[in-house]
Design a protein around this ligand. Structure first.
Ligand code: SAM
Ligand code: F21
Length: 273
């Protein structure tokens, strides 16, 4: 029964995603009030600072960075693109892979202007904000491909997508808990993506705390596994990672805008043993 339940739960989650709307998702989460660079307590500066520190504090290195469940967003690789000379973006849905290709091709075919994000990360790097055009060019240069992924498969990526030694670093944001039917599936998925990572490679994981649903488009209500910090730590340990750092951000009341019931966001830096 458990096996049958497992397949049905994952299949049900895949069905939920058929209505996912990249433009709406970007509007809900990546424009003000959530993405307000002027607010000191905004989530955006916090998240971009976590990623900047994690990529630049000296222990993360190598050739290939893989972003698992990229969705239609790029903020998660804006620091990493200066550290790795190959960045692989991945998503389950073609509509999201198409959104990312639209940005990559730089012909106006994307639904969000990432300039404020690029400028903010340039500021974190001590560069002038106008260097954002150089950062955009750098990111377009290092993105090697945008490929399908399914974290519920023991081998989430096609074998051609990765070199035999695996990725040197994984980043994954708001994916595993948003695509898993329950905590056990979340933990299994963590193990599956771990197989893509070389021993000693780093995992940078960002996710939602206390979230039970979100809207992936108008009327597209997607269930989420509600997580707390202890569950995140236990799943990491069970999946063969050693935690380096866990940071938590509690969403201010006015950032709870009805598109989900998230109460906080976690940032994890871990290493695969
Ligand atoms: C909440 S969005 C996160 C997007 C982006 N990483 C961010 O930080 O906003 C979850 C993403 O997981 C993708 N997804 C859905 N099912 C998946 C699966 N089985 N394996 C991997 N990704 C999946 C969706 O297409 C969607 O882009
Ligand atoms: O942390 S966010 O507010 C955010 C960003 C994305 C998501 C959530 C929250 C919560 N629901 C998730 C569903 F999977 C998606 N944020 C939006 C502004 S830029 C940094 C990320």
């Amino acid at each position: 029964m458990e096996g049958k339940g497992k397949v049905n739960g994952v299949a049900a989650m895949a069905a939920c995603y058929q209505g996912f709307d990249p433009a709406a998702y970007l509007q809900y989460n990546y424009t003000p009030p959530r993405a307000d660079f002027e607010r000191k307590d905004s989530i955006v500066p916090w998240k971009l600072a976590c990623l900047h520190r994690a990529f630049t504090e000296g222990d993360v290195r190598g050739e290939l960075l893989v972003d698992i469940g990229s969705g239609p967003t790029l903020y998660q690789v804006l620091s990493g693109c200066e550290v790795f000379n190959k960045v692989l973006l991945t998503d389950f849905l073609e509509v999201n892979r198409q959104e990312l290709r639209g940005w990559l091709e730089d012909e106006g075919g994307c639904n969000l202007d990432w300039t404020p994000y690029l400028q903010h990360v340039c500021k974190l790097e001590g560069r002038r904000p106008s260097a954002w055009t150089e950062k955009a060019a750098k990111l377009r240069q290092v993105i090697t491909d945008i490929v399908p992924v399914d974290v519920h498969r023991p081998q989430p990526l096609a074998l051609y997508a990765l070199p035999s030694e695996g990725a040197d670093c994984l980043v994954s944001c708001f994916c595993l808990e948003s695509v898993s039917p329950d905590l056990a599936a979340f933990t299994r998925a963590l193990g599956h993506i771990g197989r893509l990572l070389r021993t000693g490679g780093h995992l940078l994981l960002i996710g939602a705390l206390g979230e039970s649903y979100y809207f992936g488009g108008p009327g597209v209500r997607i269930p989420v596994v509600p997580l707390n910090e202890a569950q995140v730590c236990a799943s990491l340990k069970e999946s063969g990672y050693t935690l380096i750092r866990l940071e938590v951000y509690t969403l201010p009341q006015d950032m709870r805008v009805g598109v989900d019931d998230v109460s906080g966001v976690f940032f994890v830096k871990a290493i695969k043993e």
